[in-house]
Design a protein. Structure first.
Length: 461
């Protein structure tokens, strides 16, 4: 095989891979944290004598804090430098984890979770910015695909690690597990990630901050509440959040690149299309996270363990597809690669939706494998292609916008499925028509993705 062929199949150099591996150590923290905390919630509630109404805020406060700080990552990355922001995020996460482990009340634990959530909201877009600036736009797809591996493995191994730890020790140990990982990530990042140019004189868009950050929090909180039923409170929060974000949009288009987040990037056709695909793929992915465990356990009467095994095949499909993504897209081009992903996702979704095969574990595994492969490509490809043709000073803005759209798509996907499943009857007595409606909704979004894919360039870059 020629040198050029080798390069096509393995576009990341040794130094690139070193940076990717260092970033993975930091990026795995929020992914592992989410699964560990979900496993530990019952134990936390018992030890801290906290009611369920307070316990849900351990998760909710973290999620809302993460959403609120995403827009700040643009200004901070430019003002203090992406590397310094990455290190700051890791220190924040470490402090939040240590405070969580030491918390003696649920109120202090929630406050600690807010610190961790704020760190997470800054961490993930900063990771994307570092990848694109340091490794380069042309290699971003391969780098982001490699870095997405923890997001697939964490939901599989996180509950296992958490369950084993809780069997032998206290829930506080789960938070202490973050500390050595944080220290390792900080030391490695300081040594491996190069310094990145910053703009110390960049002015802060205070008006944009006051409009966008609360707007995101209110909209996501309000939308999340709609999954449990429409109420005056959820409508007020949602409408207030949307109005604040619309007002921000008007403000941002006036300020252009000096806005907290530069919305004029949507004037770039490639960026606009990539964001649309990323949003739709997020709806499908996170909607499926809600649908399939319920479907397998309730409609298929599978045990939680068997459902976990079947769902793990979704992750296997994602891993395989993302591992081969850079090679496939280099050979076929973006449009054909995306169309193949749409076909696989739709094929897998159709197989999973057929009530006749609900008892056939092998067919269900194949459906999960196909769907995982398709969705795995659809969630990474647009995220990497969004940066094509952008100037260096636009990269941090693009990272914030893609993360905001991912958050929004995830919320809408989960809410859409929850409303379809719970709108007319309690979960325990869901009818075949309710399951069919949920499956059809996700397949419809996949088809819309397919329509958008026809506007992709035949070749990447």
């Amino acid at each position: 095989m020629s040198h050029s062929a080798n390069a096509a199949h393995n576009p990341l150099s040794a130094s690139d891979r070193a940076i990717v591996n260092v970033l993975i150590v930091g990026a795995i923290l929020p992914l592992l944290d989410t699964t560990l905390v979900n496993v530990a919630l019952h134990s936390i509630g018992e030890q801290l004598h906290a009611p369920l109404s307070m316990m849900q805020w351990i998760v909710t406060a973290y999620t809302l804090a993460a959403a609120s700080t995403v827009p700040l990552s643009t200004w901070l990355a430019q003002r203090i430098g992406a590397k310094q922001l990455w290190l700051l995020c890791l220190w924040m996460f470490l402090i939040g984890a240590a405070m969580s482990a030491l918390a003696r009340s649920v109120e202090l634990l929630i406050f600690s979770r807010i610190i961790q959530g704020a760190a997470t909201g800054l961490l993930l877009p900063t990771m994307q910015t570092i990848v694109v600036i340091v490794i380069g736009q042309q290699k971003a797809r391969a780098a982001l695909a490699a870095m997405s591996i923890p997001s697939v493995l964490a939901p599989i191994f996180g509950p296992l690690i958490g369950g084993l730890a809780l069997s032998f020790t206290d829930w506080r140990v789960l938070f202490w597990l973050h500390v050595p990982i944080c220290f390792a990530a900080i030391v490695l990042a300081g040594r491996v990630i190069p310094a990145i140019e910053r703009q110390p004189s960049l002015q802060f868009d205070l008006t944009g901050f006051v409009l966008l950050c609360p707007g995101l929090v209110l909209a996501i909180y309000g939308l999340s509440g709609l999954g449990d039923g429409v109420s005056h409170t959820t409508i007020i929060f949602t409408v207030a959040g949307v109005l604040l974000m619309v007002t921000f949009a008007r403000h941002a288009y006036r300020r252009r690149e000096s806005a907290l987040v530069d919305l004029t990037l949507f004037a770039v056709a490639n960026f606009r299309l990539s964001c649309l695909l990323l949003f739709l793929a997020s709806v499908v992915y996170y909607g499926g996270i809600l649908l399939y465990p319920l479907y397998l356990i309730q409609a298929g009467n599978y045990t939680a363990s068997w459902a976990g095994i079947l769902l793990a095949m979704h992750g296997v499909g994602t891993l395989i597809a993302r591992h081969k993504l850079s090679v496939i897209s280099a050979k076929w081009g973006d449009r054909q690669t995306a169309c193949m992903a749409i076909f696989l996702a739709l094929l897998g979704s159709v197989i999973l939706s057929l009530p006749q095969i609900i008892d056939d574990t092998y067919l269900l595994m194949s459906g999960m494998l196909f769907r995982g492969a398709g969705i795995g490509i659809l969630t990474i490809m647009p995220m990497s292609s969004a940066y094509h043709g952008l100037a260096k000073q636009q990269v941090a803005h693009a990272s914030s916008l893609t993360r905001i759209l991912t958050h929004t798509g995830a919320t809408i996907g989960a809410v859409m499925l929850a409303m379809l499943l719970h709108s007319s009857q309690p979960v325990a007595v869901l009818s075949p028509s309710a399951w069919a409606s949920a499956h059809i909704a996700l397949m419809t979004v996949i088809i819309v993705c397919g329509l958008a894919c026809w506007r992709l360039p035949a070749r990447s870059g």
